[in-house]
Design a protein around this ligand. Structure first.
Ligand code: MG
Length: 250
């Protein structure tokens, strides 16, 4: 069931999203050669809890850390660790959620560490561009698959692949709500978008093939062919006009 939020609920979701944005600002400053993903986890955890919020991912279905930190061929759900040291040329997708006053915010950004290859830059930019192309359709009267098709078209037109085994989602008082928001599909199908729907749109893309596998820890999702991956996400509210970014900086 798709849950329509009142404007008062969307104000609350924006508060949760602001905390996510603050955590991102701190993590972005800390990403550099030599830092561990465990340290990035601590930094984000501190920002979220100091604002009176709870990290959405901590203990979610048993997830052991407060953020997901996914390096290079890891697409999503990388578990932060003191053993994972970032080095120059890496790309790292950071996914952060915060639960505040009854609502979640959910956002992901892929960062380059130091000097990254032109191909890596293009991949990261494409994930973000696909997000913006997708949410240009996140308005009342369009359908979820209009978002999906725009994401897919953007990614594939640049020679990259869309990861299909994981999808965007509704977000609200639960971290994952209906509807699913795939990053591929034919336009004009499926769930209609209404004002007050809140969704996390999150292109997950690969420089090579689209197939992924889950690692032995039960979480870490990597590209099967070992190619680089990028991920970009905001939680957005559907309105009659432009979508409202819930997890952007104030
Ligand atoms: Mg998400």
């Amino acid at each position: 069931m798709v849950i329509i939020k009142s404007s008062a609920e969307i104000v609350k979701m924006r508060k949760a999203g602001e905390i996510v944005a603050l955590a991102f600002a701190a993590v972005k400053d800390a990403v550099r050669d030599g830092v561990t993903t465990g340290e990035l986890n601590r930094i984000a955890h501190e920002v979220i809890t100091s604002r009176g919020a709870v990290p959405s991912f901590l203990r979610y279905n048993g997830f052991p850390k407060s953020i997901c930190a996914s390096v290079n061929e890891v697409v999503i759900h990388g578990i932060p660790s003191e053993k994972t040291v970032l080095k120059n040329g890496d790309v790292i997708s950071v996914d952060i959620g915060a639960y505040y006053d009854g609502y979640h915010g959910d956002r992901a950004v892929t960062f380059g560490v130091g000097d990254i290859s032109d191909g890596a830059k293009r991949l990261i930019q494409t994930a973000e561009d696909a997000f913006w192309a997708g949410i240009s359709h996140a308005r009342e009267g369009e359908r979820v698959s209009d978002i999906s098709a725009a994401v897919q078209q953007t990614v594939e037109s640049r020679g990259f692949s869309v990861v299909r085994d994981f999808v965007g989602h509704g977000v609200g008082s639960s971290l994952h709500e209906s509807p699913e928001v795939p990053n591929y599909g034919q336009p004009g199908r499926g769930v209609r978008l209404y004002q007050g729907m809140t969704i996390a749109v999150e292109p997950m893309i690969s420089a090579g093939r689209s197939e992924v596998r889950i690692g032995s820890d039960g979480w870490t999702v990597t590209t099967v062919d070992g190619s680089l991956s990028a991920h970009f996400e905001h939680s957005v509210a559907v309105t009659a006009n432009e979508p409202l970014l819930l997890t952007a900086e104030v």
